[in-house]
Design a protein around this ligand. Structure first.
Ligand SMILES: [Zn+2]
Length: 335
């Protein structure tokens, strides 16, 4: 018997804590054994995990490589990582195969992601009240600070894909949905698919900003240097979102963290990046740097590094993406 929606949307602290205690008392399901139904706290946390991990990338042989928080959730819930991934796919707005109840819950949760994030914070507090440590259940959305109320707004600091582009992308998925879930009204399906795209973009942005330690790779501006600031950095796509495949749109190596000025310049090909990560100015930008002190302030040697600031080789932008940018974005501007 599925839980009513209220059991998810209006979960009380006491109920959440009692559910965490039930989970802790479980014994692991034997292989092939019948799984216990997911409790609301489990479903809600699996939904949140979609903001961190693209579940579709994991299954079968590489399931043990699934990153945080998949192994932690699996251990805490006494389930296999595969069952966590399957639940996530039912919930992240990308799979029409989910059980009917999962689809309905996902519809509600994606209706208002800010409300979900408030639920998530409450869940973490209830878990701590049940003596579940940060190792057992990490704050995988980085939303529960220790001493001050969290600013949920910062979660959304980077989503610049225009609505019309996302809606276009979503149309492609809709056919699939109609075949597999014909009894859900079209408007709802569209919203769910759109929410799936947005969740993907948030995940991409968080990955990219983390890779670059929240610092503009062109000038070194650090978002954390200014307390209570927002929207100072953007997770810029190297191969633009509109030209990228579904996988490329979510691949963090297709992203560079940039301040708005350098993001805009990179987006329109005023600057590009060579394979050795040196930053290259378009000739007319170079001319403007020489002629105008204020342009030089932003784009000359004082305003931009020689080489892209990349904290670790693993976070370097992919070579094929950089080549694409040089050929199609940098190469397309009038000289
Ligand atoms: Zn910058």
């Amino acid at each position: 018997m599925p839980y009513p929606l209220d059991a998810y949307l209006h979960l009380t602290q006491a109920d959440a804590r009692a559910q965490f205690e039930r989970v802790l008392a479980r014994t692991p399901t034997a292989p092939g054994g019948r799984q216990e139904a997911f409790l609301p706290i489990e479903t809600l946390l699996c939904f949140g995990a979609s903001f961190r991990v693209n579940g579709h990338g994991y299954g079968g042989a590489n399931i043990s490589k699934a990153p945080m928080p998949i192994p932690q959730l699996a251990r805490l819930f006494r389930r296999s990582p595969g069952s966590i991934i399957r639940k996530m796919s039912n919930l992240d707005g990308s799979s029409p195969n989910g059980a009917k109840n999962d689809v309905l819950v996902a519809l509600e949760l994606t209706r208002d992601v800010t409300a979900y994030l408030a639920i998530y914070q409450q869940l973490l507090l209830a878990a701590r009240a049940a003596d579940i440590t940060a190792q057992q259940l990490p704050d995988f959305l980085d939303l529960v600070p220790h001493d001050e109320p969290s600013d949920i707004g910062t979660f959304f600091e980077v989503d610049l894909v225009p609505d019309w582009q996302m809606e276009q992308a979503v149309q492609i998925e809709l056919d699939d949905w109609h075949k597999k879930a014909p009894d859900i009204p079209t408007a709802e399906t569209e919203r769910l698919a759109l929410a799936g795209q947005r969740i993907g973009q948030q995940r991409f942005a968080k990955d990219v900003l983390r890779n670059y330690q929240r610092t503009c790779a062109f000038c070194g501006l650090s978002a954390d240097a200014i307390a209570h600031s927002r929207h100072l950095l953007i997770a810029s796509h190297v191969k633009p979102w509109k030209d990228a495949t579904g996988r490329e749109r979510l691949d963090p190596t297709n992203g560079i963290a940039a301040c708005p000025t350098h993001d805009a310049a990179f987006d329109q090909g005023l600057v590009t990046v060579a394979d050795d990560l040196s930053i290259v100015r378009a000739p007319h930008l170079q001319a403007a740097v020489a002629a105008d002190a204020q342009v030089a302030h932003n784009f000359g040697p004082a305003g931009m590094r020689d080489h892209l600031l990349v904290p670790s080789p693993a976070s370097s932008p992919g070579g094929t993406y950089l080549r694409w940018h040089r050929e199609h974005v940098w190469g397309s501007i009038p000289r």
